[in-house]
Write a new protein. Structure first.
Length: 73
């Protein structure tokens, strides 16, 4: 029987292609929420609160996604 080669837990997989659109936004929020969890030392807390705070931070840092209307004077 052939031995199957599997990656050990210490090895990293190949980098993924960067996400675009809303999936990139969700990934960024998820990462920020995870960092908030880590800042608490991994202590139990509210994942929803972490997500909402992270979402607010990320959206506040992003420029508006819609084009600005021209000033008509």
């Amino acid at each position: 029987m052939a031995k199957q080669h599997t990656k050990s837990a210490g090895q990293h997989s190949e980098p993924q292609k960067p996400a675009t659109g809303s999936s990139a936004l969700q990934e960024e929020i998820a990462l920020r929420a995870y960092y908030r969890h880590c800042e608490r030392g991994g202590a139990p807390g509210s994942a929803t609160d972490d997500w909402l705070a992270a979402e607010q931070e990320v959206l506040a840092e992003r420029p508006a996604q819609h084009p600005q209307e021209p000033d008509i004077d």
